[in-house]
Design a protein around this ligand. Structure first.
Ligand SMILES: *Cc1c(COP(=O)(O)O)cnc(C)c1O
Length: 346
């Protein structure tokens, strides 16, 4: 791996971050706060939130078994995606490499930041080759994006290839584990100490059932986390979000229960899909959604919309021709979908 100094943009290394009132005084004993131009009325929402989210990170360490200096929290994973470009990629000069197809935000953030985005097609079983990604990279490649389980394909990427990439790429590897809770594969969080070039993204938006609160997590070496924390907006995670996330972390058994139900429903839905006349192929899934190749994606999509059921038409995406992406819902919602599809064409 190149040194972090070589990988980071010079202006970011030189940056002196904004210092807020909450940064300068964060002792607990005081009772009169006249330092941040806040309104003394309208408790508890009159005060700025903790910019470092200490209480929330303390709860998170218990569940994730990672110490706080390895944790960055942002306004959704989307913030972390944007920040890795802003920290490491010089606009108009540097580039990134990513698997294709994958989550659309990696490319959108590359375009916003004027960073060249190089796509490398997956194979016909939606796996990647570390060698092919490395062949697409050059001196100016700062980041490689992986997503496992991948969106929209739903499958885990091969662990041996991920390890090979981590061992051979001299830039940073972003591994998006938004759907790892639904997979049998262990998270790469356990490997953080082994790979200084690894950044793992996770989110509260999927298994945690908290898409509305906008909370994303990035896990990496303390040095990388320091860089991301330095360039984030000072109060990027609001107070309501911090409070809600803490209460979710305190009922982790409930999240495990949801995940168990969703995995059982995934199995049931996929098995029923395989037998539907309009379905040609159901792809392996390690996530809370799956991809199905159907006879006529556009027609079936519109048919379902007319019945008030919305799935995602992914037919225009690379390697996903004629494919619909179906999120696993409650047993009742899944039943409605199956009933509708069983009646399709009749
Ligand atoms: C849904 C999803 C996310 C979540 O993004 P948030 O901004 O945290 O809601 C991240 N990565 C992938 C691949 C996703 O599909």
């Amino acid at each position: 791996m190149k040194s972090l100094k070589e990988l980071t943009r010079p202006n970011i290394i030189a940056l002196k971050p904004y210092s807020s009132a909450r940064d300068e005084y964060n002792g607990a004993a005081a009772s009169v706060f006249l330092d941040a131009n806040e309104n003394p009325y309208n408790l508890p929402h009159n005060r700025y939130p903790d910019p470092m989210q200490r209480d929330l990170k303390a709860e998170l360490t218990k569940i994730k078994k990672v110490s706080t200096e390895h944790i960055f929290l942002g306004n959704g994973s989307d913030e972390a995606i944007d920040l890795v470009y802003r920290a490491f990629c010089e606009p108009g000069r540097d580039n990134v490499v990513a698997i294709d197809p994958t989550y659309g935000m990696y490319q959108v953030c590359a375009d916003v930041n004027d960073v060249e985005y190089r796509k490398v097609l997956l194979d016909d079983v939606y796996q990647f080759s570390a060698d092919k990604l490395l062949a697409a990279a050059d001196e100016q490649t700062k980041l490689i994006f992986l997503c496992s389980p991948n969106n929209p394909t739903g499958n885990d990427l091969l662990r041996s290839e991920i390890e090979k990439l981590l061992n051979t790429f001299d830039g940073l590897v972003i591994l998006d584990e938004a759907y790892n809770d639904f997979s049998e594969s262990p998270s790469f969080l356990e490997e953080l100490d082994k790979y200084p070039n690894l950044i793992v993204f996770q989110t509260f938006s999927k298994a945690w059932g908290c898409a509305a609160i906008r909370l994303g997590m990035a896990f990496a070496s303390a040095e990388i986390i320091t860089i991301l924390s330095k360039i984030k907006y000072p109060y990027n995670v609001n107070q309501l979000t911090q409070e809600q996330a803490i209460s979710m972390l305190q009922k982790y058994d409930e999240i495990e229960r949801w995940v168990k139900i969703l995995k059982e429903e995934r199995t049931r839905l996929m098995a029923t899909f395989v037998a539907l006349p309009c379905v040609q192929h159901v792809f392996r899934s390690d996530a809370n959604f799956f991809l199905a190749r159907v006879s006529d994606a556009g027609a079936i999509y519109n048919y379902l919309v007319a019945k008030g059921i919305i799935v995602r038409n992914r037919s225009s995406i690379s390697l996903c021709g004629s494919c619909l992406r179906v999120t696993v819902g409650t047993p009742e919602e899944n039943e409605q979908l199956l009933k509708a599809l069983q009646a399709y064409g009749k």
